[in-house]
Design a binder for this molecule. Structure first.
Ligand code: PHE
Length: 348
C-alpha cells in the first residue's frame, strides 16, 4: 500500500474518533501542521526520480485537499452540536425595531387627494422637470414678459427645443393645466395635480423644493361660484367646519379674473384678537391661502379647448403652507419639515 493510501486511512480513523473541537485541532496539526504528515510526504518526494516525483506530488496534493475538506465539514458538525447543548429561551420577547412613519407632507398629499376624490377630481402628477412652454408660454406668458419674473425659476443647462424652449424645474403646478387639457382632449375636466415645485428661496416660509396642488375644472357653464364652492369645501374639510374663506382680487397672467383666497385664522378664529390683543399670527383675522381664478381663454386655446363653448377655474395651493395653517401643527419654520430631525419626524 502506498504511503498516501495509508495516510488517508489513518486520517479517516482519527477524524472519526474526534469528539470535540479541541481533539479536531490536534488532528489538524498532526496532518497539516509544519511537521505534519503531509509535509513529511512532500519531503520524501525529494529522493525520487522525476516521473515518480510528478505522480506522487499530485497524489499528495489531492490528499491534502481531501483532508482540508473533511476537517472543515467535521468542524461545522462539531460546532453545531456543541452549541445545541446550550439553553435557548424561546419565550423571550423578540427585539423591537424602530417603526418608520410617513412624512407629514405625504400624509397631507393623501388627505388632499382623498378630499378631492370625493367630489370627482382625478389625481395627476405632472413633470417636475418641465419645458418652459408648459410652465410659461402656454399659460399666456409670452417670452420676455415681466410676469415671468413673479416665478423665480431654476433653468436647466440642457439643449433648447424649438417649440418648447428651455428646460426648467417647474416653479408651479400650473404647468399641468395645459398638459391635462391635451391629455383629456375634451371637457369635462376635473383634475387635482399634486407635485413638487422649485424656486430659489430659503427662509422661514420658503424652501427651494416644495409641493403644490393645482385644481382645474373645465366644463360648460363653469363660473366663479363653482370656484368659491370648491375652495370653501376644501377649507372646511381640511381645516375644520368653523373656518371660512373670502376671495380677494389679484393678478395672474393665466387667470382672468384672478383671485386670492384668504382663510380665517385658526388661532383667533377670524376675530383678529386673542384675549383683547392683536393676533400675532394673522394680525387681521385672515391668512392668505393660494392663487386662483377663471382660466384665461388663451390658456384654454393652448389646450385645444374652445373658450366660446367652455369655461373653467383653477387654483394652486402650497402644501407646506396650508399645513402650517393647521391649528394643531404649530410650526413656525417651514424648513423644519426638511431638516430630517428624527425627533420631529417621528411625531407623525
Ligand atoms: N401658479 C400660481 C402660483 O404658483 C397659483 C395659481 C394657480 C394662480 C392657478 C391662479 C391659478 O403662484
Amino acid at each position: 500500500m502506498s504511503d498516501v493510501t495509508t495516510t488517508l486511512k489513518e486520517f479517516k480513523r482519527d477524524i472519526e474518533s474526534a469528539k470535540n473541537l479541541d481533539s479536531l485541532e490536534i488532528i489538524e496539526t498532526k496532518y497539516l501542521g509544519k511537521k505534519g504528515k503531509i509535509n513529511e510526504l512532500l519531503q520524501s518526494i525529494g529522493i525520487l526520480n522525476q516521473n515518480e516525483r510528478k505522480e506522487l506530488g499530485s497524489e499528495v496534493n489531492k490528499l491534502k485537499a481531501t483532508i482540508i475538506q473533511l476537517i472543515g465539514q467535521k468542524r461545522t458538525q462539531l460546532a453545531g452540536s456543541e452549541t445545541s447543548d446550550s439553553f435557548i429561551d424561546v419565550t423571550l420577547p423578540g427585539k423591537r425595531y424602530p417603526k418608520g412613519s410617513l412624512h407629514l407632507v405625504t400624509h397631507a398629499i393623501e388627505e388632499i387627494s382623498a378630499i378631492f376624490a370625493r367630489i370627482g377630481f382625478i389625481r395627476m402628477q405632472y413633470p417636475e422637470v418641465e419645458w418652459e412652454y408648459f410652465s410659461f408660454d402656454a399659460l399666456n406668458m409670452p417670452k420676455g414678459h415681466p410676469a415671468r419674473d413673479d416665478f423665480e425659476t431654476f433653468f436647466i443647462d440642457a439643449e433648447e427645443d424649438a417649440k418648447f424652449g428651455k428646460q426648467v424645474l417647474t416653479p408651479h403646478t400650473s404647468s399641468g393645466q395645459v398638459r391635462e387639457m391635451l391629455r383629456m382632449n375634451k371637457p369635462p375636466i376635473r383634475m387635482i395635480n399634486i407635485s413638487k415645485c422649485y424656486r430659489p428661496n430659503w427662509d422661514t416660509t420658503h424652501t427651494p423644493m416644495f409641493h403644490q396642488f393645482e385644481g382645474l375644472c373645465v366644463d360648460k357653464n363653469i363660473n366663479i361660484t363653482h370656484l368659491k364652492g370648491a375652495i370653501d369645501y376644501f377649507a372646511k374639510q381640511f381645516f375644520g367646519e368653523n373656518r371660512e374663506i373670502r376671495l380677494r382680487p389679484n393678478h395672474f397672467q393665466f387667470t382672468e379674473p384672478s383671485l386670492e383666497p384668504d382663510i380665517t385664522c385658526g388661532v383667533c378664529l377670524g376675530t383678529g384678537k386673542v384675549k383683547g390683543v392683536k393676533c400675532k399670527v394673522c394680525k387681521s383675522g385672515w391668512l392668505e391661502l393660494a392663487g386662483s381664478g377663471m382660466v384665461h381663454p388663451n390658456v384654454l386655446r393652448a389646450g385645444g379647448i374652445d373658450p366660446d363653448t367652455y369655461s373653467g377655474w383653477a387654483f394652486g395651493f402650497g402644501i407646506e403652507r396650508v399645513m402650517m395653517m393647521k391649528e394643531d401643527l404649530k410650526l413656525d419654520d417651514m424648513r423644519t419639515m426638511y431638516g430630517n430631525d428624527i425627533r420631529f419626524l417621528e411625531q407623525f
